[in-house]
Design a protein around this ligand. Structure first.
Ligand code: HEM
Ligand code: SF4
Length: 551
């Protein structure tokens, strides 16, 4: 966990009083909705279909038990008893009342949580691997660098009014769990030949109307230069990024239009001006941040404790363990993913009661720490293997032990027409239907790893472009129609999916997915060949034929 200092606490508290005054002036009519809009956006407040929506940042996806309890309190006291974990290590509350927002923010500030820069044209919450600091084989805890960037960019005047929102993600593992290639800037921690730590820097990724996979702009930037290098990119973007056309304003368009070579030359020029300035990071700064990340006092534990050996006889426990429990860098410990995708439920939602209970379980079994991943699931990062059977029983009682992590029902979905004012179609009911359709865990396991991502409009909040199967809701002649793509992925081999044919109606989506899955099962060369690999080998044609043969 990271320990905030006095500067952070003061900043967050001052921000709450400032916003309290702004809300007061809006409620009295002194500010019009138009004048208020930019102020509320800077504090994570949107106006949605039915109500205000409030987005709260969870920096690099790390929460303490106390912070999770406070989120439960917000859900219970100011909302309708639940919250929605998003694809960007944020949590959203859908039914918040404007007059109560300052109190909600004040309650959050007490535990070091805020909503600054969770919307608006600024640097958004810097995201990272939800297994940071515990994943075996990572170069270094990427949160140290996420935190450095967080401190540098929070309320940074030069980056508070960018042409458009700006997202950075950082990973330090070979397997990319932070989806860095679909971010404006993706950073991958690497070591050079001298053994020094630095970054491969990628730029210009993003989804939405015009999706792009990020390109590498530099193979190695030394850790001490990372702020100046990121700042050079942002300066070039700030200067050249389109402000006249919202659809062309993201850095991905600039990179595309200039070409990566020209863009990188511009960045290089800018960088030479600033790299030896105060932006060069002193080792002591990194040391200070590193020292604020504390790790639990792990015990020396056996690799295979008796408790685990005995529990292995229970097929239900084994089904859960197989999909939810992952290797930890310390022997005798595991990382446990908690699926927020129960059969028939809205993906990513957790009730206040579940959040409270999870906070208790985190204290009991995970040194009081919880993680939030971009797949809209949670994780307990330090569970002793001997505790796995007891944890599983407790999770099961809470409805949080669905054994479907990384399987076909572990669906990413945006809120769609159920909440979002920009939506063209429903997303949540499609996800719910699919989880019912594939509720048979044996079948889901037979299919293996398969990610379905659903968005209710081209803004792509549900990451549909990078779903192994992507589902995009569009509107045609007043009707909801869904376009299906296959072959997308968001990991280290990130790719955009290909459209398989004309859109299909709401009622047909689950049948189409079933057809695709049946085609895959028939086409795969062996059970270990994953859906995504079969698509890579064969292209979309055989799937297209199967889906449209009878339609
Ligand atoms: C309900 C309120 C929401 C609104 C009004 C909203 C609005 C938008 C808009 C306008 C874009 C397009 C940005 C662009 O192309 O520049 C976008 C993209 C995105 N949103 Fe949302 N969103 C909402 C909820 C969510 C939720 C619930 C999630 C996560 C489940 C999410 C995560 C994202 C992500 C990951 C993108 C990716 C596209 C990218 O920037 O590369 N948003 N959103
Ligand atoms: S993808 Fe569209 S419908 Fe879904 S949350 Fe984003 S803006 Fe709303």
């Amino acid at each position: 966990m990271y320990a905030y200092d006095e500067i952070d606490r003061t900043l967050v508290n001052e921000r709450v009083s400032e916003f309290r005054d702004q809300v007061k002036r809006r409620l009295s009519g002194e500010l019009t909705e138009d004048e208020f809009k930019i102020l509320r956006l800077q504090n994570g407040v949107y106006l949605q279909l039915h109500a205000y929506m409030f987005r709260v940042a969870i920096p690099y996806g790390t929460l303490s038990a106390g912070q999770l309890r406070r989120l439960a309190h917000i859900a219970r006291r100011y909302d309708r008893g639940y919250g929605h974990f998003t694809t960007r290590q944020n949590i959203q509350f859908n039914w918040i009342k404007l007059a109560e927002l300052p109190d909600a923010l004040a309650d959050l500030a007490e535990v070091g949580i805020h909503a600054m820069q969770t919307s608006g044209n600024n640097m958004r919450n810097v995201t990272s691997d939800q297994w940071a600091g515990v994943a075996p084989g990572e170069i270094e805890d990427p949160r140290i660098w996420s935190e450095l960037l967080r401190q540098h960019t929070t309320l940074h005047p030069e980056f508070s009014f960018l042409p458009r929102k700006f997202k950075i993600a950082i990973t330090a593992s070979d397997h990319d769990r932070a989806a860095i290639k679909i971010h404006d800037i993706g950073l991958r921690l690497v070591k050079n030949e001298k053994g020094e730590t630095g970054f491969e820097v990628l730029v210009g990724g993003g989804l939405g109307r015009t999706p792009f996979i990020a390109k590498t702009i530099k193979h190695f930037v030394h850790g001490r230069d990372i702020l100046s290098y990121v700042e050079a990119i942002l300066r070039v973007y700030n200067q050249y990024g389109r402000r006249d056309n919202i659809y062309k304003a993201r850095i991905k368009i600039l990179v595309h239009e200039l070409g990566i070579e020209k863009f990188s030359r511009e960045v290089e020029d800018e960088w030479q001006h600033i790299r030896n300035s105060a932006l060069q990071i002193d080792d002591s700064v990194i040391e200070d941040i590193r020292s604020r990340f504390t790790y639990p006092a792990y015990e020396k534990l056996p690799h295979m404790p008796d408790e685990l050996r005995q529990a292995a006889a229970d097929p239900e426990f084994e089904a859960w363990r197989k999909n939810s429990v992952f290797p930890h860098k310390i022997q005798g410990y595991s990382i446990v993913t908690i699926s927020l995708k129960p059969t028939g439920g809205p993906p990513g939602d957790a009730t206040a009661a579940q959040m409270d209970a999870l906070a208790d379980l985190a204290e009991k079994y995970s040194f009081g720490e919880i993680r939030v991943g971009h797949e809209q699931n949670l994780a307990l990062p330090h569970v002793a293997k001997r505790d796995l059977p007891a944890l599983w029983k407790a999770l099961d009682k809470l409805g949080l032990a669905t054994p479907n992590v990384n399987l076909i029902t572990d669906i990413i979905a945006c809120p769609g027409l159920d909440y979002c004012s920009l939506a063209n179609a429903r997303s949540i009911p499609i996800a719910q239907e699919l989880t019912r359709r594939f509720a048979n865990h044996e079948l889901a396991n037979l299919i293996g790893r398969l990610h379905i991502n659903i968005s209710g409009c081209i803004n792509a909040c549900g990451h549909h472009h990078v779903g192994h199967i992507g589902i995009l809701g569009v509107e045609k002649n007043g009707e909801e129609v869904y376009q299906i793509t296959i072959g997308g992925r968001a990991d280290e081999s990130a790719a955009l999916g290909s459209l398989i044919g004309p859109g299909v109606k709401f009622d047909e989506v689950a049948d189409v997915v079933e057809d695709i899955v049946e085609a895959y099962l028939a086409l795969r060369e062996r059970p270990e060949e994953l859906f995504i690999d079969t698509v890579k080998r064969l292209g979309v044609e055989p799937f297209k034929e199967r889906v449209y043969a009878t339609r």
